[in-house]
Design a protein around this ligand. Structure first.
Ligand code: HEC
Length: 260
């Protein structure tokens, strides 16, 4: 008998299981591993969790009855009129509050609307020559293995190019926090972040550095990028050198098409 009385109601069990799974994901990924699950993915996980839990909880007629019983009582039982009125006022009010809070104006630029890494054109004209970006490679990259000493010299030359030309915006630590960065929108990119050069091929960087903001295709608008057109100021060699430097300093590896 005591066991019967202590039993957690089915509806509460359902909420506990679903809430517990959500909390579990959060504990493991957010707190423990420090790598939060993206919201959309979490939404998908939770969808399957809820569907699965509902299937188990409504497997028999009896368990379904136990689950819906309290809800039905709340809606139909004349004795619970008071509780019903409170629930039907408080729940919509909370939902409205949630929507209101999400709609608060913010000063943040709506970054999602602008494509930060637009698809590059398949071929581009740089320094008066046509380049096929799919096959273009850094002509110096092979020296990393073949002649490490010369490679270090080229990286150092790239560092020189960077400090003279790029750090004003992209920062002397390559973190996008140069002295001019504050006033620019879109902001100069942070190369330390794994969302920028670590995701890109060297040919993509070559195109972006040589043609700058004006070389961007339409989907990278509406804001006008202040990234200068470096083919007007640097040589082809200097651009490849500064690319070596960006990867060397940050410790990222350029993306390749699968062959090293
Ligand atoms: C006047 C400020 C300014 C200077 C100077 C500048 N940049 Fe930029 N750069 C930007 C801004 C702003 C962006 C982001 C908008 C965009 O993608 O065009 C950017 C983007 C880039 C990107 C694209 C990265 C990505 O993840 O898509 C690369 C690569 C880059 N800059 C390299 C350089 C290099 C190399 C130099 C020096 C030769 C340099 N920048 C100098 C402002 C600047």
């Amino acid at each position: 008998m005591t066991y019967q009385r202590l039993r957690v109601p089915r509806l509460a069990q359902l909420v506990l299981v679903i809430g517990g799974t959500y909390g579990g994901f959060w504990l493991i990924f957010d707190l423990w591993l420090g790598q939060p699950i993206p919201r959309s993915l979490m939404g998908m996980y939770m969808f399957f969790v809820v569907v699965g839990v509902l299937m188990v909880f409504t497997a028999t007629e009896k368990s379904t009855g136990q689950l819906v019983g309290p809800i039905r009582a709340l809606v139909e039982d004349p004795a619970r009129r008071w509780l019903r009125n409170v629930v039907f006022t408080v729940v919509p009010a909370l939902a409205a509050l949630g929507v209101y809070l999400q709609m608060q104006p913010s000063d943040e630029p709506p970054l999602e609307l602008r494509s930060i890494h637009p698809a590059p054109p398949s071929s581009v004209k740089i320094f008066g020559k046509r380049y096929d970006l799919m096959s273009l490679e850094n002509p110096y990259r092979h020296l990393e293995k073949d002649d490490p000493e010369q490679f270090r010299e080229l990286v150092a030359a790239g560092g020189e190019v960077y400090i003279r030309n790029c750090q004003y915006c992209h920062g002397d630590k390559l973190d996008g926090k140069g002295p001019y960065a504050q006033g620019l929108n879109p902001v100069p990119l942070n190369f330390q972040d794994i969302g920028t050069i670590a995701q890109l091929q060297e040919s993509f960087l070559f195109w972006r550095i040589a043609t700058g903001g004006p070389g961007l295709p339409k989907e990278a608008t509406p804001w006008i990028s202040s990234m200068p057109v470096w083919e007007d100021f640097l040589s082809e060699e200097q651009i490849w050198q500064v690319i070596l430097y960006l990867y060397d300093y940050t410790g990222h590896r350029p993306r390749s098409w699968g062959h090293e």
